[in-house]
Design a protein around this ligand. Structure first.
Ligand code: DGL
Length: 248
């Protein structure tokens, strides 16, 4: 019996929790939305690291035996410090550049992520490994996090916001697009409508869920909770979190 903590700057990490629960349905989860401080993407790495510590302290005080950093921005800024400072295992997000680079037919991979993720060494190192083989074009999903946090997933306004960041990638020839922020999968139906049918979108969440299962096993965390389920917590108002939880 163990509690698994999952956090993000907001509700985006629910897209990761959804995949985790597909393969680990019998566990107890605490999901923390740090929405009083959202978005993380425009904040400094120091700020995001301080928030990640504060949220980790809270999750550990509630008994978390492992923590999923369901946020690309916090993973890039903070996971190395978290691993150095705490003894529980941490699983973070990886921008899915590798599967995108091996799957592209046009030779152009698009990456949508926050400014914090795109400037972080973690992303730049990953990108550097594939930059010789494929062309990588990037865009911040400007305003995407705000759309998701305001539950505006499908309006004409949402469409124009999404087009502004997605179309430049499509115009550059990207046929494979990495969703490098955990909020963005909530906008996937809209993105699919905007993009040509043969464009692939890659969400790393299923791979992160598999990684968590491996990490729990290796760490010997006992699986199978007598009271499986999800506790939802937020540092700000929790209406979006509760609503999005009903649709994942
Ligand atoms: N969902 C987050 C990520 O994956 C953070 C978005 C934000 O707060 O800017 O990067």
């Amino acid at each position: 019996m163990a509690v698994i903590g999952v956090f993000d700057s907001g509700s985006g990490g629910l897209s990761v929790l959804r995949e985790i629960r597909k393969i680990l349905p019998d566990e107890r989860y605490i999901y923390f939305s740090d929405n009083a401080y959202c978005p993380y993407g425009e904040k400094t790495a120091e700020f995001v690291t301080a928030r990640s510590r504060a949220v980790t302290d809270l999750l550990l005080s509630k008994g978390a035996a492992a923590v999923v950093v369901a946020c690309n921005t916090a993973t890039a800024a903070a996971i190395a410090s978290l691993r150095a400072e705490y003894s529980v295992p941490f699983v973070g997000m990886e921008p899915a550049v590798k599967p995108a680079a091996s799957g592209t037919r046009s030779g152009v991979v698009g990456v949508l992520a926050t400014a914090g993720t795109l400037r972080a060494a973690k992303y730049l190192n990953t990108k550097g490994q594939y930059a010789d083989a494929v062309r990588i074009v990037e865009r911040v999903g400007q305003g995407f996090v705000e759309l998701v946090e305001s539950l505006d997933l499908d309006s004409p306004h949402a469409e124009s916001v999404v087009r502004a960041s997605l179309e430049p990638l499509l115009e550059a020839g990207a046929d494979t697009i990495v969703l490098g922020c955990t909020h963005y999968p909530f906008l996937l139906p809209l993105m699919r409508r905007i993009a040509p049918a043969d464009v692939r979108f890659i969400d790393p969440a299923p791979a992160v869920a598999r990684r968590l299962a491996d990490v729990l096993k290796t760490a010997g965390v006992p699986l199978g909770d007598p009271a499986p389920g999800v506790e939802l917590l937020a540092s700000g108002p929790d209406a979006t979190l509760r609503k999005l939880f009903t649709i994942i």
